[in-house]
Design a protein around this ligand. Structure first.
Ligand SMILES: Nc1ncnc2c1ncn2[C@@H]1O[C@H](COP(=O)(O)OP(=O)(O)OP(=O)(O)O)[C@@H](O)[C@H]1O
Length: 365
């Protein structure tokens, strides 16, 4: 672990951009998957990145993991440019920044027992451990992810484990690096609802005890409220709102966040719920000009259709990229989407289970 000052982020992304070239028959263009995203991750804090399918969340995780090159922007680790340009730098980087994937079935090699998977990770990151030293390290990793008694799990094959247990092994493998940052891309969305809370509570424990900085990617804003200190809402490749999770989910400012909260728990169901079927998620090959949400926004004006709104202060530590919060005389009059679209289920209606903030039973695996 590094001695990062609390006010200095461990990992910082500056003006991240990723455009994917696409070629079809007779067409070519670029997918504007991520545009101008700034993001800070602090030791012992969780940031949730929330948005519907295709908004660019996974692309951000893969950029931060440096699994693919940036189109533009910079990645800064402990205040220093950490954009990797060669294999050695990448190896150093993955010793600090580890990723957990959505699918614990796909991310762990099915032909090897847990012992092999974890030993390999330990050897990559901590050198050639052997004998007692290796057994102690394996024990410690399994204990950290609460797979105890460890002897029951260490020689199991992935097919002998439940989805939740497999995700715990994937987390243990990430911990073998002693990382400062975990990038968790939808780590619970493929798991049975009954075991999701257990995995989130495990990640909370790692945040608190190991002071790991966590990026938690999800399309489920209720789980962001339960788990994350801060929440960033993404729409069509851009960040549209940021702030502490409680305020963002209880008093959303951006019309998109308002819709997301009202349509929780499944934002991908947003169109069906947003009465009037105000269009679909925009093409990212030809994104709408101005605010990318404008074709679906009940408040949009000419200003929204022509100029990209910057992230504006909308409260303490809170920002929203919506012209409605600007001083512009031609700004739209933003109220609450509920007033325009009618009553929808609010977050409170759905947040009680399984992400109750005051307790909730933890399933062990
Ligand atoms: N390798 C690629 N080549 C071309 N386009 C891509 C590539 N990877 C992602 N995209 C596009 O970039 C956009 C953002 O995708 P991304 O997977 O980051 O979204 P997401 O919010 O993580 O969605 P989901 O929740 O479904 O994973 C999508 O339009 C997607 O089709």
């Amino acid at each position: 672990m590094s001695n990062t000052q609390p006010e200095q982020p461990v990992l910082r992304a500056e003006a991240l951009r990723k455009h994917f070239p696409v070629r079809g028959i007779g067409t070519s263009g670029v997918v504007h998957a991520v545009d101008d995203v700034d993001l800070d991750l602090h030791a012992g804090r969780v940031v949730a990145l929330v948005g519907e399918s295709g908004s660019g969340k996974s692309t951000i995780a893969r950029l931060l993991a440096q699994l693919m090159p940036l189109t533009a922007g910079r990645i800064v680790l402990d205040g220093e440019d950490a954009t990797v340009h060669n294999r050695r730098a990448f190896r150093r980087y993955v010793g600090r920044v580890q990723m957990i994937f959505q699918d614990p079935f796909g991310s762990i090699n099915p032909i090897h027992p847990v012992r092999y998977t974890l030993t390999r990770a330990l050897r990559i990151h901590r050198g050639r451990l052997r004998g007692r030293e290796l057994e102690a390290a394996l024990d410690e990793l399994l204990e950290r992810v609460q797979l105890t008694p460890t002897a029951r799990y260490v020689d199991k094959y992935p097919h002998e484990l439940s989805g939740g247990q497999r995700q715990r092994v994937a987390i243990a493998r990430a911990l073998a690096a002693n990382p400062d940052v975990l990038l968790a891309d939808e780590p619970i969305s493929m798991l049975d609802v009954s075991i999701r809370l257990g995995i989130l509570n495990l990640l909370k424990d790692l945040r608190d005890r190991l002071k790991i900085a966590i990026l938690y990617i999800t399309h489920d804003i209720a789980s962001a409220r339960y788990f994350a200190d801060r929440t960033m809402v993404m729409y069509a490749g851009r960040i549209v709102e940021t702030g502490d999770s409680e305020s963002v989910t209880q008093d959303p400012k951006h019309p998109y966040t308002q819709l997301l909260v009202r349509s929780a728990p499944d934002p991908d169901d947003l169109e069906a719920r947003a009465h009037g079927a105000r269009g679909e998620a925009p093409s990212l090959v030809n994104p709408p000009s101005g605010c990318r949400f404008n074709p679906r926004c009940p408040f949009a004006t000419e200003l929204c259709r022509t100029e990209v709104p910057p992230l504006l202060e909308v409260g303490e530590g809170r920002q929203a990229a919506c012209w409605g919060y600007s001083e512009r005389p031609d700004r739209p009059k933003v109220t609450d989407v509920l007033e325009v679209l009618g009553e929808r289920p609010g977050l409170d209606t759905v947040a009680g289970a399984p992400y109750s903030t005051n307790g909730g039973t933890e399933a062990s695996t």
